[in-house]
Design a protein around this ligand. Structure first.
Ligand SMILES: Nc1ncnc2c1ncn2[C@@H]1O[C@H](COP(=O)(O)OP(=O)(O)OP(=O)(O)O)[C@@H](O)[C@H]1O
Length: 209
């Protein structure tokens, strides 16, 4: 499995934020996205996950191969932890929630409603969904926010197991995750020049014409 992008330009709203993005990640590899606030890490991850279509350029795999964990936890507040997990396992067709429960130590929380969890517990539940997607590429945006040291280690172990099983991970993070073999990509090098910004929005133009 190889995930690669060529000459990708990515936008947020009307602004082209990144241009000429090229990289590849093989199965078994993690790629860490670095760059200061506003560099475009979230913009790139959203593009890889298919939430914002690229302005130009190509991705060699379908966004259906990508499991995206955003800043927001995306939980169903009224459902219990077990119900959230079963919902996702059914959606992705993977069925068994036990790997997610074990990897993120959720056993004692299964009957608790998601809205009643602490911030770190919500994050663990949100991240555990990755194991239920069965998708080969994990695209993760600041995944360790709200996690304590022990749970950062749990998360790193889950990523390592995913890589060992042949998956890949692309992770925007400002902290050291303890993944010694991970490569680092500085997103700042792809900052688009003003000339790369679109002069008009093709979707809006079509809607108004
Ligand atoms: N809806 C929007 N419309 C226009 N510009 C936006 C929009 N959302 C974000 N931006 C801008 O796009 C740029 C890239 O933002 P992005 O969130 O990708 O950065 P980031 O590297 O993830 O930052 P951080 O480390 O702070 O999370 C920033 O300059 C931001 O202000």
């Amino acid at each position: 499995m190889e995930f690669s992008v060529q000459n990708l330009a990515c936008r947020r709203g009307p602004v082209t934020v990144l241009s000429d993005v090229c990289f590849s990640v093989s199965g078994g590899e993690a790629l860490i996205l670095r760059g200061p606030n506003g560099a475009g890490k979230t913009t790139l991850l959203r593009c890889l996950a298919g939430l914002t279509p690229p302005v130009s350029g190509t991705l060699n795999t379908s966004c259906d191969d990508v499991a995206y964990a955003a800043h927001a936890d995306g939980l169903k507040a009224q459902l219990s932890v077990a119900e959230n997990l079963q919902f996702w396992a059914d959606i992705f067709g993977t069925g068994d929630i036990r790997p997610a429960v074990e990897a993120f130590d959720l056993g004692d929380l299964l009957t608790r409603r998601a809205q009643d969890l602490s911030a770190g517990q919500k994050r663990r539940l949100s991240l555990s969904r990755l194991l239920l997607t069965g998708r080969p590429v994990w695209a993760l945006d600041e995944p360790t926010v709200s996690l304590d040291t022990e749970n950062v280690a749990r998360f790193a172990a889950a990523v390592t197991a995913h890589l060992d099983a042949g998956g890949a991970a692309i992770i925007a993070t400002h902290i050291d995750l303890g993944l010694p073999a991970a490569r680092v990509l500085d997103v700042g090098q792809f900052k688009a020049t003003r000339a790369a910004a679109p002069e008009s929005d093709p979707f809006l133009d079509e809607a108004l014409s």
